[in-house]
Design a protein. Structure first.
Length: 263
């Protein structure tokens, strides 16, 4: 499908879909700040997080283990890819090296995913090898999206917008849920920064910026009280003023996701 110039620009700049092909890129580069504005995380902070890596070892996306062989990630992480592109790693704050690792058997992408607007940005991977360890609980109650509720996002992504400082050790940052009205004014209909759709998305972050998820955190978890409430989806740059992180609104998709787990 042909994309408009605007959509293509939005895709490249706002979403940062240009990933490195190198392995453990940025592992030895400048530290501060992390994820953006965050800190190191332990796997015990959120044991269901997995690294959705490239088969060649390079950073790509995050994901969340929902069953021994099922991983929730973002549709934009898998769009146009075949299973052989991926290698999934779990049970460790290290992005590669186990204790759980698997190739991907099959990819299911939300059929209503819109690659121009990023509505319905979720997908489920089926692994070839079962992972041990705890699986995530999906939040079902949309009341968790009350503005100001503290949430945590985790990942191995870059530490600044446009940087290639991908991480090999897990990072996390706390970000409050943003009201629908604040997110809609940051990303109004027709905005070149992208558009917020409150049925499929939820925002988190600070009006003044400084803390956010960033490139290669996509597909990873946004968590409240240990439950999965969001999937890292997009943003205009990372951690900028009035440019919140936008997450797939998990409570909207619980039935659709559970249907995939039953397969
Ligand atoms: N689309 C990015 C990815 O593919 C994630 C961007 C998140 N951006 C943000 N400002 N929170 O990794």
């Amino acid at each position: 499908m042909r994309k408009s110039v605007k959509a293509a620009l939005f895709g490249m700049i706002a979403l940062g879909l240009v990933f490195t092909g190198t392995s453990t890129a940025g592992a030895a580069s400048t530290p501060s700040p992390r994820i953006v504005g965050g800190d190191t995380a332990s796997i015990s902070d959120y044991p269901a997080i997995v690294a959705v890596n490239q088969a060649n070892g390079g950073n790509w996306c995050g994901g969340t283990l929902l069953a021994a062989n099922k991983v929730l990630t973002a549709a934009h992480c898998v769009d146009g890819k075949t299973p052989g592109f991926f290698s999934v790693n779990g049970g460790s704050a290290n992005r590669t090296g186990g204790p759980n690792s698997s190739t991907v058997k099959s990819i299911w992408m939300a059929p209503n995913y819109n690659g121009s607007t990023f509505e319905n940005d979720y997908a489920v991977l089926t692994l070839n090898t079962n992972f041990s360890g705890p699986v995530a609980t999906l939040e079902t109650n949309p009341a968790v999206y009350a503005a100001g509720t503290n949430a945590t996002v985790l990942g191995w992504g870059t530490t600044a917008s446009g940087s290639s400082n991908y991480q090999s050790k897990l990072r996390k940052v706390d970000v409050p849920i943003t009201s629908d009205s604040a997110c809609a004014s940051a990303y109004p209909q027709g905005s070149s920064k992208g558009t917020y759709y409150n049925d499929s998305m939820v925002c988190a972050g600070f009006a003044q910026g400084g803390k956010d998820s960033c490139q290669a955190d996509s597909g990873g978890p946004l968590v409240i009280n240990g439950r999965l409430v969001g999937v890292v989806s997009w943003g205009y740059g990372c951690a900028g003023k009035n440019a919140y992180g936008v997450y797939t609104r998990v409570t909207s998709y619980v039935d659709s996701i559970n249907a995939q787990l039953a397969k």
